[in-house]
Ligand binder design. Structure first.
Ligand SMILES: [Mg+2]
Length: 288
């Protein structure tokens, strides 16, 4: 695909942004105001200044996998309250998640620990029933409880990565897929994620990396190497699950772990928060 960029403005207010031979097809034009004019055996692509063109021959080569809680968002405890309320409603017992070291764990791991702490059988049936009760409580806790936020820099980073021609982004999270959807829809960022690895795949976070790599490859039709894969999270568990597949890891101290504690686990990069969008982008795609 030949895309030659130019800033020359035409009399119509549009400007040619590139040329493509017939043999260059297929390519994708990602703007409703884009027009195509034929000239001999060439197309001239005319566009308004906001046009974005993604030639299909530019392959995705860098994979960014995001944790959710403490990394993309903080929900002011909505997930914890839904876990406690779901347990109370399903099993008729009080539940204090403060007794569980839940940060960075999967929802299925947490439910097993809560059952064990309360002397209940850790069976697939009980885990399933508890997870369903948690999911039934989560939307209410997200909307009615104290309101959290999307963390600094995240909106801008998700948007930049979404439009980057060589970067793919997905989720690698301890949330169930439906729980992730509830949370990220509430905070209006769910639409950035077309694939991911979730607690549905395994109760062990360290198992999730291969699931995420496989889904990324299936979705984009290319193989992502661990060396070009970045796993971003706010706990030592995120760093560890990246290291077990040979991926690069970025730790961010916007969750429960301070910078010094995360540094002890030797991530490839460490940020206090992700407000410095340019620094993050230079790390992920240094060639740009
Ligand atoms: Mg987290």
């Amino acid at each position: 695909m030949i895309i030659r960029e130019t800033s020359a403005r035409s009399s119509s207010g549009s400007f040619p942004v590139g040329y493509a031979d017939f043999t260059d097809f297929p390519f994708r034009l990602c703007h409703p105001h884009l027009s195509v004019k034929s000239a001999a055996k060439k197309f001239i692509l005319m566009a308004t200044p906001s046009v974005f063109i993604t030639p299909s021959s530019v392959q995705k080569s860098t994979l960014v996998l995001w944790d959710i809680d403490g990394t993309l968002i903080v929900s002011q405890g909505a997930g914890v309250r839904a876990m406690e309320r779901g347990f109370q409603q399903r099993f008729g017992l009080p539940c204090d998640l403060g007794k569980i070291d839940w940060a960075g764990r999967t929802d299925s791991w947490i439910t097993s620990e809560v059952l064990r702490h309360n002397g209940l059988p850790v069976t697939p049936e009980n885990i399933h029933a508890y997870l369903e009760a948690y999911l039934a409580s989560l939307p209410h806790e997200l909307s009615a409880g104290p309101q959290g936020q999307v963390l600094p820099g995240i909106f801008e980073l998700l948007e930049k990565l979404h439009h980057h021609p060589t970067v793919a982004q997905g989720l690698l999270t301890g949330n169930l897929r439906r729980g992730a959807q509830f949370k990220l829809t509430h905070y209006q960022v769910w639409h950035y994620f077309e694939f991911g690895a979730f607690a549905d795949d395994s109760p062990r976070r360290n198992d999730l990396g291969p699931h995420a790599l496989r889904r990324a490859s299936e979705h984009h039709g290319v193989t992502f190497t661990p060396e070009r894969t970045w796993i971003i999270g706010d706990t030592p568990h995120d760093i560890e699950c990246g290291k077990v597949i040979g991926a690069k890891t970025i730790a961010v101290a916007t969750g429960n772990y301070p910078v010094a504690e995360l540094a002890a686990h030797h991530p490839d990069a460490l940020f206090e928060n992700l407000a410095d969008v340019d620094a993050f982008m230079k790390l992920i795609v240094p060639e740009n």
